[in-house]
Write a protein that binds this ligand. Sequence first.
Ligand code: C6P
Length: 465
Amino acid sequence: MTGSFGSSRSVQAPDVAAPVGAPAAPAGTAVASKGATAQVPTAGTISSKGAAGDGRPSYDLALVRADFPVLAQTVHGRPLIYLDNAASSQKPRAVIEAVAGCYRDYYANVGRGVHRLAQLATAGRERARETVRAFLGAATAEEIVFVRGTTEAINLVAQSYGRGRRTGLAAGDEVLVTAMEHHSNLVPWQLLCEERGASLRVVPIDRRGELDLAALRRLLSPRTRIVAVTHVSNVLGTINPVAEIADLVHRRAAVLLVDGAQAAPHLTVDVAMLGCDFYAFSGHKVYGPSGIGALYGRAELLAAMPPWQGGGGMIETVRFEGTTYAPPPQRFEAGTPNIEGAIGLAAALDYLTNLGLNAVAVWEGRLLQRAAERLSAIPGVQLVGSARERAGVLSFLVEGVHPHDVGTVLDGLGIAVRAGHHCAQPLMEVLELPATTRASFGLYNTLDEVEALAAAVERVREVFA
Ligand code: C6P
């Protein structure tokens, strides 16, 4: 279902083609996007994926909000309106209690002890792995590696797959990323390319902020070994067509890593249907604890990959002469892990699953659509990004006001948003913007909060008039 965003106002998008990330490319980086047609996307349409016609989600919003203790507070004397969910989301009681319950009732180190608490903690963490498996639609729990978060997951693949005896990159090989990547899905590949003498190539975006699939087709070559794409852009909200991309990538016998940091909170993820080889996400963005996340890796790929960190828990036998390694996923989980984090993550995924990812997606689509309509109707406000398929975030500019000032005024009104480059500096360069203000939505946000956001942005205009 497609709803109108309304028209953009006042601030003109630049007309000139913007090269992607051209200056200061590090050694080993070939910037392939000269002549890319990326421009500041203007407001257009959004697929709200069946957004409800009425003003309520299919779940009880008041009850859900009551599950999140932090939402009850005031900030600067105003009710907190938390619209910084893309940076990190708030935690329901179920998660807080799962973490506290682990510490209170059965905490011990995992995978090592024969005693009762060690067995309980180990079983709790392995149940959590199974919950993540089901959440991602992976075939087996052995395909789920616990990590600190998306950043660590991507570094794991770059450092292990990218350097493996059987899988590693050689001089002349290529890694493809897109112009809308977060630094976490860019810098690990730059490091790898630099080390291996490989090249990093960049798939451009169009003026809506959608991936240029024709350019992707052109850039894919026999030299392409890894393609790393975000599922949802943390700046533009664009949902990338992962299944289509996977098909193109596999025709070239390359592997596809998907950065799911901004997708997992908003979309039903099924790695089998997406057809990707690796999928990474963070617990703290799906209402779970920070310092925990997961990497899905296709079984035969993980099996072929060497360890990336050494230590306890990842070995089979250790002798001074040499060591043999545990099979996946333990091979990639050296040292004492974030035990309570994994258990809290499972509680968060259960919470999301019980509400229904589809219901959440429909409601957030409604919020996003309303916010886009309201903000784009304010003179001097320009939305950044108008992809037809979007989720989660709305970036905008207020004419003549720096995004940090917008964020500061909004904070004074109790509204939490993020202002800055959102750890996507190369994308900002493509957009020819130093920064944006970004409102990002979660399952507990309300239409009243969207109205408050619009009123606050109008207030920004008055303050800086
Ligand atoms: N983006 C934001 O405000 P970590 O920090 O490892 O949990 O996630 C990194 C990451 C990777 N990819 C994407 C698309 C992301 O959005 C993020 C985190 C936050 O946009 C914090 S910078």
